[in-house]
Design a binder for this molecule. Structure first.
Ligand SMILES: C[S@@+](CC[C@H](N)C(=O)[O-])C[C@H]1O[C@@H](n2cnc3c(N)ncnc32)[C@H](O)[C@@H]1O
Length: 381
């Protein structure tokens, strides 16, 4: 009988017993490492005695239910001519199924111990020629060409990985991903939903997301704390005519606090100064001098909030006028009292166009879009 340790990370039988694990979903033994036994721990971590320690920090929760694995492969609609990209193959439960359906699989795995087990299992099935393994962090690896993605990904890198796929250089047909249920709900959220956030906005611009099925946490070894869902992300055939780098920076500016009104967000001193700097750099409409040191300050220094603009210096006077310009753009189409979490992509694109018409452009100076995608930080909280 399969013995599962409730939400505990431990060891699973390695090398020898993994073939059995795949075919029968049964572990003869599943036990915690005795922390006092350092030598034993090292050996078991390395798999020297046939055991492999699973690391929570790397999201190592293995999916063992054959029915669910089959269902994921079936829903992915893999063609016999396809090259599949798999992120985090682990010990190969899904990889072996993918190799049955596809022409080839490129698997990106960070953990060398997993790679060893995977390669051994695949070799035992005689299909090693159709598997390419890249032993690297998937966020840093350059992906070779692929047709589709199918993966049970480590949940800790969900945001940057999804961003890397849908905003990346490689085109592909679809990505079938097993994700943390809550994260999947956020990906599929619509404007006005409580889960709707910048991630949903950015993904929706370039892709459609379809729900496939929920997967209980009990289907994983070891059992994680959260349930999962499978979704299919399909890049849109035609992406709207927008500069993606600017869109990325614009949504970052709007969603600083997704529940704040846009009026409140764009009144913030930091935001005004940042956009003014870009406006001056662009020098787009000859009005620039007005915002460097303007005398037309309307005395609007009554903002008590420290975050907002006070009109004490020459530069700030220019900024105060520029702030009025920003507010003018928002008011021109009734955006001032609206919250970004309730706006559709069409409305956000309209607002960006209005800013651009006023010579106001967005650029993320702190980080490039690529750097942000590759970051482990939760970019879309
Ligand atoms: C949730 S497990 C999935 C394992 C296997 N696909 C399965 O379904 O049984 C995630 C796998 O991703 C690997 N991993 C974690 N972080 C990674 C990263 N940054 N890049 C590539 N692989 C990673 C882990 O070592 C682990 O093998």
């Amino acid at each position: 009988m399969l013995r599962r340790a409730k939400c505990l990370h431990g060891v699973i039988p390695g090398h020898g017993s993994l073939g059995q694990l795949q075919s029968t979903s049964r572990y003869r033994s599943y036990r915690k490492i005795n922390s006092a036994d350092d030598d034993g721990r090292r050996k078991r971590e390395e798999g020297q005695d046939g055991y492999l320690q699973l690391h929570k920090s790397k999201g190592q929760h293995l999916l063992t239910n054959q029915r669910i694995l089959d269902s994921i492969v079936r829903k992915s609609a893999i063609k016999p001519t396809d090259t599949v990209l798999e992120i985090g193959p682990g010990t190969g439960n899904l990889t072996l199924k993918l190799l049955e359906a596809a022409k080839s699989v490129v698997a990106v795995e960070i953990d060398r111990r997993m790679v060893e087990v995977l390669q051994k299992r695949v070799a035992e099935c005689g299909v090693q020629d159709r598997l390419t393994v890249i032993c690297k962090d998937a966020l840093k690896a350059e992906f070779p060409p692929f047709d589709i993605v199918v993966a049970n990904i480590p949940y800790g890198i969900s945001s940057p990985l999804v961003a890397k796929l849908v905003y990346g250089a490689r085109s592909f047909r679809s990505a079938t991903l097993l994700l943390q249920k809550e994260f999947a709900r956020r990906l599929m959220a619509k404007p006005g939903d409580s889960e709707f956030n910048r991630l949903a906005v950015n993904v929706k611009l370039v892709a459609n997301v379809e729900f496939v099925m929920d997967v209980s946490k009990r289907e994983f070894v070891p059992c994680p704390k959260v349930d999962s869902s499978v979704v299919i992300i399909r890049p849109k055939a035609e992406v709207l005519n927008v500069n993606l780098d600017e869109w990325w920076a614009f949504t970052k500016a709007c969603f600083g606090n997704k529940n704040k009104t846009l009026g409140a967000t764009f009144k913030q001193k930091k935001k005004v100064m940042e956009l003014l700097r870009l406006f001056k750099l662009a020098g787009s409409d000859g009005e620039t001098d007005n915002y460097i040191c303007s005398n037309d300050d309307n005395g609007d220094g009554g903002e008590s909030d420290d975050e907002e603009l006070s009109s004490s210096s020459c530069l700030e006077m220019g900024a105060s006028s520029f702030k009025e310009k920003l507010m003018g753009v928002l008011k021109s189409a009734d955006f001032e009292d609206k919250r970004p979490s309730k706006l559709s992509n069409e409305e956000l694109l309209h607002l960006l166009a209005l800013f651009n018409q006023a010579g106001i452009y967005f650029h993320d100076q702190s980080k490039s879009r690529n750097a942000e995608k590759e970051s482990f930080s939760v970019a879309y909280s």
